[in-house]
Design a protein around this ligand. Structure first.
Ligand SMILES: *[C@@H]1O[C@H](CO)[C@@H](O)[C@H](O)[C@H]1NC(C)=O
Length: 216
């Protein structure tokens, strides 16, 4: 009997663990974000369902080319809960990514989402780095119509490898995937990480660290 109870507790624990490891299933049709609410919840508080409208579930503009005139030759146009309030609690969002010729989406990670992209135009080299086996690079060149997935949390990048613009559409498994750009996080934090720390971490001298800090 004691053994049975122990098994049951273990099972209950396992279920709890699973339940808390992911956002819960919706408990109602939807929860349109009410950004004006002063209530703090995990996500955004819901608008009164009697007052929701079609426009709460709608976004327009992903047909528009993003402005890629910047040092990376990149523009990400997000459609997350911030742009489309109906996404609140639904675990999903989208992006349009425009790349100038040879444009780069530099190494970054989405702490809360897997990302799946499809190339609409052009040719991209994409890649991500695994944690096991440690630091293995998985990379491939994608053409129009190709689909590639970046597993949640892993550092990944895309580069346009042609002298023409490229476009991709991405879907992410969070209403608010977040993006940590590795260069910005390490060399552009506010307040900055001490140069001695970064010099030792990257095994370079402080001058180079300061130079990198100036770029982010
Ligand atoms: C694109 O961005 C650049 C740099 O910010 C700006 O100078 C330019 O006017 C923008 N182009 C358009 C069409 O908005």
């Amino acid at each position: 009997m004691t053994k049975q109870i122990a098994h049951f507790s273990l099972l209950a624990f396992a279920f709890c663990y699973l339940a808390f490891a992911y956002e819960p299933k919706p408990l109602q049709d939807y929860c349109v974000a009410d950004p004006k609410s002063s209530v703090y919840v995990n996500g955004v508080a819901c608008k009164n369902p009697m007052q929701t409208q079609a426009d709460d579930f709608y976004f327009s503009g992903l047909h528009l080319m993003g402005n890629t005139t910047n040092p990376f030759g990149l523009r990400v146009t997000p459609v997350t809960v911030a742009q489309l309030p109906g996404l609140n609690t639904l675990d999903i969002s989208m992006v349009r990514i425009d790349y100038a010729p040879w444009g780069l989406n530099p190494p970054h990670t989405h702490p809360r989402a897997t990302e799946i992209i499809t190339v609409l135009k052009g040719t991209l080299q994409v890649g991500f780095v695994t944690s096991y086996p440690e630091n293995r690079l998985i990379t491939k060149v994608l053409c129009k119509g190709d689909v590639f997935v970046f597993p949640v949390g892993l550092v990944h990048f895309q580069r346009n490898v042609r002298s023409k613009p490229a476009v991709a559409i991405g879907a992410l498994s969070s209403q608010n995937p977040g993006a940590i750009m590795i260069g910005n996080a390490v060399f552009g934090s506010n307040p900055p990480i001490a140069s001695e720390i970064l010099a030792k971490a990257f095994q370079v001298d402080k001058k180079l660290v300061d130079q990198l800090k100036g770029k982010f």
